[in-house]
Design a protein around this ligand. Structure first.
Ligand code: FIX
Ligand code: ZN
Length: 417
């Protein structure tokens, strides 16, 4: 293909590549339809997303307490979010705009503000048809789930060997092992593994068998955990011991990357449920030490604090076994995505994954990705313009190659290394 010669053609090529390239969504909280109620979808789930529940209590009247809210049915909770965050509050936040984008993309008259008719439309959908439609609208080839073997309801679905659609891949979530060994030991004991309340040698051996069995059962793309800002390594902590004795040996044995999502301060206001977490600045040297100590383990890392992004990005230049990804949770806002993507391109070229959706509700894939595509297109258009001004002439094919890299190609290449 010919190199592009003028700025208008360049801009068109970048925008069309960013709009059309298939995306691999490397971290979500979706489930297969066969896992029943675990897969969330539809307008009431969209409206009661924990990001929006937290926003509800910024604007709701004082009498509406979180305690009262949780006693209500899901549609009633959704009504309250609709009333206070959307109708009275103006739907200005990123999470609120996301609901608008999603409903609009589905062809629903969200501007008409008629929640009842929107509900009626969703009631007529069949999940078996709706899931592929959402993936197609979002332009995804696949999304990686979060599969927690310590959650009894999830584990049961895997034991029943329920079918998984081709759009969903697995990831083995191990937060409980790292953050609450006694609870993990109890769950493993209940499943027939001889684990004690302390991670002694025998318990670690049993836990390794537990992980090996789960790796065999669900064939995960990686092991994953989200960690507090206090995460330190090396350290004299149970977590560091479990990493050394159990998690990292398992990662090496099964060639599984370890995904670390660092910086979440959980349960700051427990009444808000999943929305109760805040952010803290973490110590990036923990990641550095892991990369140094375990050169054979691949680390996929995202951090929650905006403050940590530059240091993490610089660190990723130093280690072939470190891949940065996503603009996680409170960073998944256009202003921050823009700044992070620009910085990552400037420091890492295309060797990173610009975003993951973290979707908890299937339909969110539509807005999370359309919003990201728009921001990434603007940033890339500027970067290619600068490159052309410097004398480089990319082809359309090269632009598509680069876009695919940051939308999942670099992740695949990193995992395959
Ligand atoms: O730990 C995680 O995977 C987080 O992404 C979630 O726990 C969080 O609730 C979330 O949905 C953030 O977007
Ligand atoms: Zn998540």
């Amino acid at each position: 293909m010919n190199p592009l010669n003028d700025l208008a053609a360049l801009d068109r090529a970048v925008r069309s590549a960013t709009a059309q390239t298939a995306i691999s969504d490397i971290h979500t909280h979706l489930f297969p339809p066969s896992h029943g109620r675990l897969l969330l979808w539809g307008v009431d789930e969209l409206l009661t997303y924990h990001y929006l529940v937290a926003e509800l209590f910024l604007v709701a009247p004082r009498q509406l307490t979180p305690q009262k809210f949780w006693t209500l049915s899901k549609p009633r909770q959704a009504d309250l979010v609709w009333q206070h965050v959307f109708l009275a509050g103006g739907a200005m936040s990123e999470a609120a705009r996301g609901v608008v984008t999603t409903l609009n993309a589905l062809g629903l008259d969200v501007a008409g503000r008629d929640l009842a008719s929107i509900r009626k439309w969703f009631a007529g959908q069949r999940i078996g048809d709706y899931l592929p439609r959402v993936f197609q609208m979002a332009g995804l080839d696949y999304a990686v789930m979060t599969n927690n073997p310590f959650a009894a309801d999830e584990a049961e679905c895997w034991r029943r060997k329920e079918p998984v659609p081709r759009q969903l891949r697995t990831a083995l979530r191990i937060d409980t092992l790292l953050l609450d060994w006694p609870a993990a030991a109890k769950a493993m004991q209940a499943a027939g593994y001889r684990t004690a309340a302390r991670p002694d040698a025998r318990s670690c051996a049993a836990a390794r068998r537990f992980l090996a069995d789960w790796a065999g059962r669900i064939k995960p793309m990686y092991l994953a955990a989200s960690l507090p800002p206090e995460f330190a390594y090396p350290a004299r902590s149970t977590m560091a011991a479990v990493l050394d004795k159990l998690v990292l040996p398992t990662a090496m044995e099964f060639s599984l990357p370890l995904t670390l999502m660092i910086g979440v301060r959980r349960a700051v206001n427990p009444a808000l449920g999943d929305g109760s977490a805040a952010v803290g600045v973490a110590d990036v040297t923990a990641v550095q030490h892991l990369c140094q100590e375990y050169p054979r383990v691949k680390f996929l890392v995202t951090m929650l604090s905006r403050v940590n992004q530059h240091e993490l990005c610089v660190l990723a230049r130093k280690f072939g076994n470190l891949h940065v990804f996503g603009c996680w949770w409170f960073c998944n806002n256009p202003s921050i995505i823009e700044e992070m993507t620009r910085m990552r391109l400037e420091l890492l070229g295309t060797a990173f994954t610009c975003q993951h959706s973290d979707a908890r509700v299937l339909d969110q894939l539509i807005y999370k990705w359309s919003h990201t595509r728009k921001v990434v297109a603007d940033v890339l258009a500027e970067k290619y313009r600068d490159l052309m001004a410097a004398g480089w002439r990319p082809t359309e094919e090269e632009i598509r190659r680069d876009v695919r890299m940051i939308f999942g190609g670099a992740f695949a290449a990193f995992c395959a290394k």
